[in-house]
Each structure stands twice: as structure tokens, then as C-alpha cells.
Design a protein around this ligand. Structure first.
Ligand code: ZN
Ligand code: ZN
Length: 433
């Protein structure tokens, strides 16, 4: 892709930006939870149709795809997630959420807007490239089910009941899936970094996540007669305490893991020993061996504390959701980063640490058998970010994703995000004729 072809594709962006900013404000004002993104999906589909894409809606309930077949060459998939979070917005923005208790606190409205913008530019500039472009608007990333739902709904040709994964010999080939199987999957996430910057981590860039719900069974009784009861609160409290030793004592210093208990529920009255306690926890790891070791430790400690308390029933564990490690492909990262450096300049691109957050974009790449590159897009006011950085107060002053104050600035975030997706796609498509 020559510089001039890329510049030609990007040239209309300035003229399109007012419309994209109002799309962003509209999405931010009308956030939708996972699998309920009907309004967002309808707007994505309407735009893709108007840009000339073959559009499919309702994949994995609310997912939308657009396909642009534009001559021989690779199939490039660009992905954005659409869902918001059950968070009450605390910003005073004029376009703050109008939906009580729901907010785009993870910036997926930025992702949708940037993908709409890139889809528009790449379609309008199609004489400058050759290949097939697939744009994908995914539901329900936050609950870890959206990518899986689209794949199980035959995205790349798997059985609609999810019983068969698309893999070898023609499965998922063009014509069998809802979209052509991509040769590369590209995606971005807005982050609490200075807007105008792009950061990335080679290899495992985001953690695997396992969310578990463990129910401890005791024997209820009168608060005055503990000898007649088995107290599940003491049992579960001992479990929570002992869990703190897993990362400290069972994970090697070179490895990384996080174990967080986010919910502990038991009992209703001060003078009643309840018969159960329910603990919900989240495990983050970057390596399959570490993951199995930590999960085994959680299971072992839960059983051991129940036994130590004299429980008559073993605790029960329910897996609430699981995300795999998000792994960047080295060659894809190098190729796209070379294009980013060429277009944005090296001063806008930084290597960064892997994030302990999790993501299901990798499932799409795995299902396609394609390499993935997933980068972070700065979204915070550059001056505030610089000030926080120089005073050593990044963690205190810059809200993170999922905070009720996480409100990316429109510019230069949206311009960078549209350009990044477009430049990344062009780095893998053939030149036009
Ligand atoms: Zn999130
Ligand atoms: Zn997110």
C-alpha cells in the first residue's frame, strides 16, 4: 500500500467527522447492555448498507456483519464490540447516558463509531485496494458470550447449534459461513492513555479470565447455639483469607496472576446462622499452566475449608464466564505497526505492559484460524494525561475503563481510531489497480 493510496482513502475523513462525532454522542447517550444492542445494531446495519456492504443482522442474537468483496486478495476482518455496562454515569457531559443505570463505561461506543468510519472510508476508496473486507459489530463482550454466540451461529460456517467448530477442509470456506473466513483479525480498544497515542503488547496482551461462583453449605441454627450449627460464614471467610496466599505462595515471581473476590453473600439477620454462603471471584492469568494451577488451588482450598469446618456437603462451583488469553501474532503486529509508524510517526506508538483485563476478540481469530492483532487507542485528554503522568498520579487521576467517570475525549480519539483501523486494514489488503 503506497502512502498516496492510503492518503487518498483517508482524505474524506475530515469531511465525515462531524457526522461521526454526532454518531458517537448518540451512541453514548443510548447505551445498551449485552445482547440488547438492537438500536446500535440497527444503526450499524443501516450505515453498512448505505456504504454498499452485503449486510447480515441478528448473528448471535444482535451481531451485525458487512462484507465488501473488492477483487482478489486477502480477507481482512475488522471487529468492534457494541455493549455497555450496568454502571450509572457520573459525568456531566451534555451527551451523558439517558438510560438509568447503564453507561458506555468501557468505550465500546468509540469502537462502533471508529469502525463505522473506517468501513465508510474503505468502501468509498475501494479503487485503492483489492481483497475482501469483513466488518463485524459484536454483541455482549462484557459478559464474555458475544463472540462465542456469533461463532456458534455459523459466522464462519460452524453448525448453528455450536456442535462443530469450523476448522479444516472447507468448513468455514466462503459461501458456507455467514461471512468469508478472514486471513487476519484486527481490533482495538480505547484505554485510559493520552488521546493521540496507540499502545500495544506483543504476545499475550490481555489476560485469561475465569469468573466463578462458589456456594458453601453449612448447617443453619440459632445465633446463640453455634454448637448445633456449621457456620458457612466462618467457612467462606477462611476460604477468602486463604485465597490471598495463592498468588503470593503458589505462583512463581516471573508469572502473573490476580485472584479477586468481588462478592460475598450470606445470611439476613444478626442472630441466625445461615445455611449457606456464596462467594463470587475472578481469576486472571496470562498462561495456560498458571491458569490451571490457580484454578486447581481455588478448588482445593474451597473443599479443604469446607472439610475443616465439618461441612456435611462439599461446596459447589459454577463457572460464570471464561475468556481465553488474548494473544497477538508477532508478524501481524509488526506489519501493522510498521504501517502505523509510517502514517502516525513513531512518537505516537508505544509498547506497553499486558493488561489484566480480558477480551473475547481472540475467539473470533481462533475460530477463523487467523492471526490477531489487538491494540489500545488512547482516549484521555492529552494535557490531563501528561499532567497526571508527570505528578505520578496516573492511577488516581485518570479513570479506568468501567469507571462511572470513564468518558474518552472525542478528539483526537475518534480521528485516530478511524485512521488506525483503516491503516491496519490497508496494511493487509492488496494495492488497487
Ligand atoms: Zn469492559
Ligand atoms: Zn471493553
Amino acid at each position: 500500500m503506497s502512502d498516496s493510496a492510503r492518503d487518498s482513502v483517508l482524505a474524506p475523513l475530515d469531511a465525515r467527522m462531524a457526522d461521526l462525532e454526532s454518531l458517537y454522542e448518540d451512541l453514548h447517550r443510548h447505551p445498551e447492555l449485552g445482547f440488547q444492542e438492537t438500536r446500535t445494531a440497527a444503526e450499524a446495519a443501516r450505515r453498512l448498507t448505505s456504504y454498499g456492504y452485503e449486510v447480515t443482522t441478528g448473528i448471535g442474537r444482535t451481531g451485525v456483519t458487512g462484507v465488501l468483496r473488492n477483487g482478489p486478495g486477502p480477507v481482512v476482518l475488522l471487529r468492534a464490540d457494541m455493549d455497555a455496562l450496568p454502571v450509572t454515569e457520573r459525568s456531566s457531559l451534555p451527551y451523558a447516558s439517558a438510560v438509568p443505570g447503564v453507561m458506555h463505561a468501557c468505550g465500546h461506543d468509540v469502537h462502533v463509531t471508529c469502525l463505522a468510519g473506517a468501513a465508510d472510508l474503505l468502501a468509498a476508496g475501494r479503487e485503492h485496494w483489492s481483497g475482501t473486507l469483513v466488518v463485524l459489530f459484536q454483541p455482549a463482550e462484557e459478559v464474555g458470550d458475544g463472540a462465542r454466540a456469533m461463532i456458534e451461529d455459523g459466522l464462519f460456517g460452524a453448525a448453528a447449534d455450536g456442535s462443530a467448530a469450523p476448522s479444516d477442509a472447507g468448513a468455514g470456506a466462503d459461501g458456507q459461513g455467514r461471512v468469508p473466513t478472514p486471513d487476519v483479525v484486527l481490533a482495538q480498544h480505547v484505554a485510559p492513555l493520552g488521546a493521540g497515542l496507540i499502545t500495544y503488547a506483543p504476545g499475550a496482551c490481555m489476560a485469561a479470565s475465569d469468573s466463578l461462583k462458589i456456594t458453601f453449605h453449612g448447617t443453619g441454627g440459632h445465633g446463640s447455639r453455634p454448637e448445633t450449627a456449621v457456620d458457612p460464614i466462618v467457612m467462606a471467610a477462611a476460604f477468602v483469607q486463604r485465597l490471598q496466599s495463592v498468588v503470593a505462595r503458589e505462583v512463581a515471581p516471573k508469572d502473573r496472576a490476580v485472584v479477586t473476590v468481588g462478592s460475598f453473600q450470606a445470611g439476613d439477620a444478626p442472630n441466625v446462622i445461615p445455611d449457606q454462603a456464596v462467594v463470587q471471584l475472578s481469576v486472571r492469568t496470562f498462561d495456560e499452566d498458571v491458569r490451571s494451577r490457580v484454578l486447581a488451588a481455588v478448588d482445593r482450598i474451597a473443599r479443604a475449608e469446607a472439610t475443616a469446618s465439618g461441612a456435611e456437603r462439599e461446596p459447589e462451583t459454577e463457572v460464570l464466564n471464561t475468556f481465553p488469553v488474548t494473544r497477538n501474532d508477532d508478524r501481524t503486529l509488526e506489519r501493522v505497526n510498521a504501517a502505523f509508524t509510517d502514517h502516525f510517526g513513531a512518537q505516537r506508538l508505544f509498547g506497553y505492559e499486558p493488561a489484566a483485563g480480558s477480551e473475547d476478540a481472540g475467539l473470533i481469530a481462533t475460530a477463523a484460524g487467523a492471526p490477531l492483532y489487538y491494540w489500545w487507542l488512547g482516549g484521555w485528554d492529552p494535557d490531563e494525561f501528561r499532567a497526571a503522568m508527570s505528578s505520578g498520579r496516573l492511577a488516581q487521576d485518570i479513570p479506568s475503563n468501567h469507571s462511572p467517570h470513564f468518558t474518552p475525549v472525542k478528539q483526537p480519539t475518534l480521528t485516530m481510531g478511524v485512521q488506525a483501523l483503516t491503516v491496519a486494514a490497508l496494511s493487509h489488503l492488496e494495492p488497487g489497480k
